[in-house]
Ligand binder design. Structure first.
Ligand code: PLP
Length: 385
């Protein structure tokens, strides 16, 4: 990159995307579930070890499929963090479900598993967990609670591709998992996603719901002699051009993750001195989690004016950004959701968080500039207090 602006994200291309797109063009296979979709499914099923992987046109779509599969009905409650992207909640609200927001952990910013059980009522149908920044929630504890109360677990693993919890891929642990291949994620297809079906009971219906509520997939396998409308569904599958692009990315997923981890680790060492003087806190990755460097964030000391720091970075052409406005404080979150207990960590931590530019192949000189500008900005804020 010639210009000196350091963007927050820079979509990584492997170089094979157009080649595979050309292949599907020449094959004349453009609708969904063609050869590239099949390759992506097989890759995901091997990598994630799920019963069934199904490409969708987004992670949002995969979460909407999850809500349909769980038969979420008006008044059913789904426990989730408030510190998440809108799709985690929206998918269930579309079915009349009620998001019940609980607080997050101070270390990982993931749902605090110790608060879940007290939020369970007779209407609770599921727990929707979010693996923030590709760092896993405490899935053993969460699965144990779900088993005891006979409720389902959906993993919003939008940020979790290639990350693991106790050696198990994120998205492979709950009944259902959802990945995102949006341009801002690690492995991309512009828009894109996948539903991971771990609980075998959901495999057949997942195929039906994804194909407009029909048994078209069984028909093409020769298992039925005509396909018909079986239940409520929609069109959740991407076309082959998207799958062709994604295939190039999946082939390189390991290398992409390694390069992102290099940049993540560089930030982590470079920012240790600022943590040592109490200016900020770096991300904490529990020892049983292997993350995928989806994000590098810092939590500024509470007394530092975050907006002033962001503005100063922006003035110097560094695109650092904050993240979620907690859902419980948003207009729709207030209308459709309910809060359990207090959300003090959610409110406090979300207000202190800054995400730094990070992508596969981010040059080290640019990282040096980010860290030096961030140090300067923090120092000036600290002195002016
Ligand atoms: C990106 C993201 C989504 C949405 O993914 P899309 O593929 O854009 O629909 C949902 N949840 C979380 C936690 C995300 O980070």
């Amino acid at each position: 990159m010639k210009d000196k602006r350091i963007p927050f994200n820079w979509p990584h291309m492997t170089g094979k995307e157009l080649y595979y797109i050309a292949e599907s063009h020449f094959n004349g296979r453009l609708a969904g579930d063609g050869p590239f979709t099949k390759r992506c499914h097989e890759w995901l099923e091997t990598q994630v070890e799920c019963n069934k992987a199904l490409l969708t046109h987004s992670c949002t779509a995969a979460l909407e499929m999850a809500a349909l599969l769980l038969d979420i009905s008006p008044g059913d409650e789904v426990i989730m963090p408030s510190y998440t992207f809108v799709s985690t909640a929206n998918a269930f609200v579309l079915r009349g479900g009620v998001p019940v927001f609980v607080d997050i952990r101070e270390d990982t910013l993931n749902i605090d598993e110790r608060l879940i059980e007290a939020a369970i009522t007779s209407r609770t149908r599921a727990i929707a967990v979010v693996h923030y920044a590709g760092v896993a929630c405490d899935m053993d504890a969460i699965m144990e609670i779900a088993r005891r109360h006979k409720i389902r677990v959906v993993e919003d693993a939008a940020q979790g591709v290639m990350a693991t919890y106790k050696g198990r891929p994120l998205g492979s642990i709950g009944d259902l998992g959802a990945y995102s291949f949006h341009e801002t994620k690690n492995v991309i297809s512009g828009e894109g996603g996948a539903l991971l079906v771990n609980n075998a009971d959901f495999v057949q219906r997942a195929e039906i719901i994804r194909e407009k509520g029909t048994d078209r997939s069984s028909f093409f396998r020769g298992q039925v002699d005509k396909y018909t409308w079986q239940e409520v569904g929609s069109s959740f599958l991407p076309g082959e051009i998207i799958a062709a692009f994604l295939w190039a990315q999946l082939e390189d997923a390991k290398a992409i993750t390694t390069r992102r981890l290099d940049s993540w680790n560089w930030y982590h060492s470079a920012l240790a001195p600022l943590e040592a003087v109490g200016a900020l806190r770096r991300p904490i990755v529990p020892h049983d989690c292997e993350h995928n460097a989806h994000m590098y964030y810092v939590l500024l000391a509470a007394k530092i004016d975050r907006q002033a720091v962001l503005d100063e970075l922006r003035t110097h052409d560094v695109d650092a950004v904050f993240h979620y406005i907690p859902l419980h404080s948003s207009p729709a979150g207030k209308r459709y959701g309910r809060v359990h207990g207090n959300l003090n960590q959610t409110d406090e931590l979300s207000a202190r968080l800054i995400r730094l530019p990070l992508w596969a192949g981010l040059p080290q000189e640019q990282q040096e500039r980010v860290v030096s500008l961030l140090s300067g900005a923090i120092e000036r804020r600290t002195n002016s207090i």
